[in-house]
Each structure stands twice: as C-alpha cells, then as structure tokens.
Design a protein around this ligand. Sequence first.
Ligand SMILES: Nc1ncnc2c1ncn2[C@@H]1O[C@H](COP(=O)(O)OP(=O)(O)OP(=O)(O)O)[C@@H](O)[C@H]1O
Ligand SMILES: [Mg+2]
Length: 396
Amino acid sequence: MDALQNPFSPGAGNPPPELAGRDDLLKQAEITLGRIKNGRYEQSLLLVGLRGVGKTVLLNRIRELAESQAYAVAMIEITETRTLPELLVPALRQILFKLDSMAGVSDKVKRGLRVLRSFISALKLKFADMEFGISIDPEKGTADSGDLEADLTQLFISLGEAAADRASAVAVIVDEMQYLSEKEMSALIMAIHAVSQRRLPLVLVGAGLPQLVGLAGRSKSYAERLFQYPRVDALSPEDAREALRGPVTRQSAAIEPDALDYLVQTTRGYPYFLQEWGYQAWNIAPASPIDIHAARRATGLSIKKLDESFFRVRFDRLTPREKEYMRALAHLGPGPHRSGDIAECLGVRVQSSAPLRSGLIRKGMIYSPAHGDTAFTVPLFDQFMLRTMPDWKPGR
Ligand SMILES: Nc1ncnc2c1ncn2[C@@H]1O[C@H](COP(=O)(O)OP(=O)(O)OP(=O)(O)O)[C@@H](O)[C@H]1O
Ligand SMILES: [Mg+2]
C-alpha cells in the first residue's frame, strides 16, 4: 500500500496515530494538574513502565494538557552523564522569564530569578555566562548553601510562589527518572514535599523504568505518600486492536480480523511493536485490506528492523561480561528469574555476579520485580539475546 499514507510511527517518543488505552491515565493527570493549580493537595505522578510502552509519548501529552491549563512547563530528560541541576536550570530560568514578562511587576517573580542565581552560584555550575539582566543579583542566603536538598527546596518554593503570584502554575516533567542519583532523587522529593505542604502550584510528573519506585523509596521513606505510580503496561488485546485498526480505517483502508489477531498476539500489545508491525504490514500489503499474509511477512522485517535499532542500541551499551549475564538470563526464558539461577547458569557464585547485576540495573537493562528476582526492562529482549549470541552455552 502507499508508503506515503502509512499512518504508523515506530520510534522513541514518536506520537502514535492513535493513543490507545491511556484514557484513564490521562484523566488522572488532568485532575492532578487541575487540583494543584487550584492550590489543592494531590500526589505527584510518576509513570512506571518497561521500554517502549509509551511513557515519553504520555509525558508529551501531559505537557499539552498542562499548557492548556495555562501551566508553564519545564520538561527534561535525565541522562547518565548530566546532573539534575544542569538540566533543570535552563528550563526553570525560561519559566521565570516567562512569568516575568507578564503584565505588571511581580516581586515574587523577581525574587525567583534572584534565588535561581544563588542556586547557580552555590552549585558552581557552568552557567557563568547565563544572562539574567542587570537588575537581578543573587538572593544571598537562599538556595546557596551548596547542599542540593536544601537549595533545590528553596528554589522550588520561590518558583511556586512566583507562579502563584501570577495565578499560573509550574509543571516539572522529568523523563528517564531512574537515572537520577539517590542524592538528586532525595533533593527532588524534599523539594516537592515542601511545595505540596505549602499548597504551591508546582507539580512533578515523572516517568521511568520500574527501578524508579525502589530508588524513590530508598532516597526518602516518605516518597510513597507523595507519589502515585501509575503503571504503563502493554495494551490490552482490545486496545491493541484499536491502536492498529483506528489509524488504518482513518486512511480509508481496512485490515482483516485474522491479520489483526495475529498482530496483536505477535506484538503482545507492546506499543512500540504495534507501531513497527503495523508500519511494515501496511507497506507490504499490495492493496487494502491488510490480510494475514501481509501481517505474517511483517514479522521478519520488523524483527530485522528492531534488531538493528530498538534492541541494538541497548545491546551496544553492554560490556562483554554484562552481555554474558543478559544472555544467561535469556537462556532461562522471558523471566523473571532468581538471581541464584542466573549465577548458576553463568557458572559463578551469586555474590560474585551481584555487582554485575547492580550495574545492569543502573544502566536500565534489567530490574528487580521482587526481592531476588531479575527481569528484562526491554520486552522480548530474551529472544533478541538468543538471536544475537546463538552459540553461547551456560556454565562456562
Ligand atoms: N498508547 C499507545 N498506542 C499505540 N502506540 C503507542 C502508544 N503509546 C506509545 N506508542 C508508540 O510506541 C512507541 C514507543 O513510545 P515511547 O517512546 O513513548 O515509549 P517509552 O515508554 O518512552 O520507551 P523508552 O523507555 O524506550 O523511552 C512509539 O512509536 C509510539 O508511537
Ligand atoms: Mg521514553
């Protein structure tokens, strides 16, 4: 069928043609935003899910919802190499300037800018050349202790006060949150705690891999009271069908029921895979409707494509020993599996494989669904490992 009309959009963060199965979650986000803007209490939202389930797409949707409620939004993505303040400062500065440019002068906003300047000076960040305007001196004694927990808290409070003074609100949206250090996570939790106690209009919406829940709990024991952790999972068969059928019919094309069943089953309802298979099936089908033959042929092409991109980028970040660990895990099947069984499969003792396991959790490759259990964070990664290291044997 005409590739130009192909509605599907495989790729990290790409908005899908149909955001299937997420209505409840978006409703929840809308209510949270509305309540916090109006000075009411609500827990912040941390979306938790595996790779490719649609967390980033949801954060982008929530950003739009926030903007439609007149929020000023700071959206950042945590990486393993940059610090939280480095990522936050430019975004928060932009928000304060925006609040400052509104009609009339606000002392609270001016103070927010001064506090941001102090925050930067204390952390000795590389923002020396950042423009603030001549009237903005650092607010001495606020947010400049050099202790991230204390300083970020004061910064968020002054930001919340600035927003409240403008009858606005601030949303801090953080993707890949599992890459925060424990210290940064603590600081973020403390800062959110402080603004929520004061009922200031500042909300945190985050997303990350399942290890995020443990990280938050370890960083501050009261985290579980501050946050809700909505799960972002694979789509139900019904929603997965809709994710494929909806976009096809909107292009005045059709897909046969057995093709739909096959695609839903093969992709297990994982959003990234639905987009990939849908995309390939559309291109392969000679004409509408997309039938079972096109759907089956989409599998080979989709797997090839995923092996070169979605799976490959993850695999390439592993050391040789980490690859072996992942391969041993795959040997045991999709999982989860006991750490002891994986160690045995590797032919080593559990204690000696523990650092390897921790490193892989930090890299976001695996997580622990329950104490002593280990599972892949990337759906279907077990099969990829078997394909890519076919000759590996256990117990060497
Ligand atoms: N609800 C949905 N229905 C259909 N397709 C979706 C849905 N959500 C996301 N997708 C598609 O899934 C793919 C992955 O989405 P996204 O990048 O948001 O996932 P993610 O959870 O952020 O993954 P990662 O952990 O790798 O960053 C994209 O191609 C997107 O279009
Ligand atoms: Mg993402």
